[in-house]
Design a binder for this molecule. Structure first.
Ligand SMILES: [Zn+2]
Length: 216
C-alpha cells in the first residue's frame, strides 16, 4: 500500500469513529428529557409526566434538586431514593432518583391502571420522600436506609411521608391512592396486606386531613 492509500484508509477510519461516537452521544442524550432540573426517562409517558408536574410544580423547594425519573424492575409501584454515591458528596451535590416499575409480571399495582387523581397522590408521596431526604444530613439519610431494614422502621418512614403529603395539600389525592390500592386494584391479597401494614389507611388519612383543617 502506498502512503496515499494509508492516509485515505486512516482518514476514513477516523471519520467513521467520530460519527459513531456522535451517534452514541446522541443516543445518551435521548435517554432523558429535561424539564428544568428534572431529568425524565424518554419512555415515561407524557400523560404521567403531566400528572407528576401537578404536585412537583407546587413544591418550590424541590425545583433545585437534581431528580431523575427512571424505569426499573421493582417490588413496588414506585420508589424515591438518593443516589447512593452522592450521599457522601455534600448536600449540594446530592442527586435523587424516582423509580417507576416496568416489571410486566409485577403482582402489585401497575401505574397504568391507577386512576389519575390517585396517581397524583402517589407522585406527591414520592416527592415527599425527597423533601424528607432534603431535610436530612448524610447521617440522617443513612438512618433512613437503616429504618428500611425492618417492618417497624418502614412503617415509621412511610407514615411520616404520608403525613408530609397531607400537610403539603395532597391529602385527598393520597386518600384516593390508598383506597384504590386496597379496594379497587387488581393487586394480590399478599400485596394488599403488606400495604395496609406499612402505609396509612384511607380512614386515617381522612382523619388526619380533618385534624389539619383549622377550626373556625
Ligand atoms: Zn413511600
Amino acid at each position: 500500500m502506498v502512503l496515499k492509500e494509508w492516509v485515505g484508509l486512516f482518514t476514513g477510519l477516523a471519520i467513521s469513529a467520530v460519527i459513531s461516537a456522535q451517534a452514541h452521544v446522541q443516543e445518551k442524550i435521548k435517554k432523558y428529557n429535561k424539564v428544568g432540573r428534572l431529568k425524565v426517562d424518554t419512555t415515561f409517558q407524557q400523560s404521567y409526566l403531566n400528572d407528576f408536574l401537578v404536585p412537583y410544580s407546587e413544591f418550590d423547594d424541590l425545583h433545585n434538586c437534581r431528580i431523575k425519573i427512571k424505569n426499573k424492575k421493582l417490588k413496588t409501584t414506585m420508589a424515591a431514593r438518593p443516589n447512593f454515591g452522592s450521599i457522601f458528596l455534600g448536600k449540594r451535590n446530592r442527586r435523587y432518583v424516582i423509580l417507576v416499575n416496568n416489571n410486566a409480571s409485577f403482582k402489585g399495582v401497575k401505574l397504568e391502571d391507577v386512576p389519575q387523581e390517585a396517581r397524583i397522590g402517589l407522585f406527591a408521596h414520592e416527592l415527599m420522600h425527597i423533601r424528607d431526604y432534603e431535610s436530612r444530613k448524610m447521617t440522617g439519610i443513612l438512618e433512613r436506609g437503616y429504618q428500611y431494614l425492618s417492618v417497624k422502621g418502614k412503617k415509621k418512614v412511610e407514615h411520616h411521608t404520608d403525613s408530609l403529603t397531607i400537610a403539603a395539600g395532597f391529602g385527598q389525592n393520597l386518600y384516593k391512592w390508598a383506597s384504590y390500592v386496597l379496594h379497587d386494584s387488581e393487586a394480590c391479597d399478599e400485596y394488599k396486606s403488606y400495604k395496609s401494614e406499612i402505609y396509612m389507611s384511607p380512614v386515617r388519612i381522612l382523619n388526619q386531613i380533618e385534624s389539619t383543617i383549622p377550626r373556625p
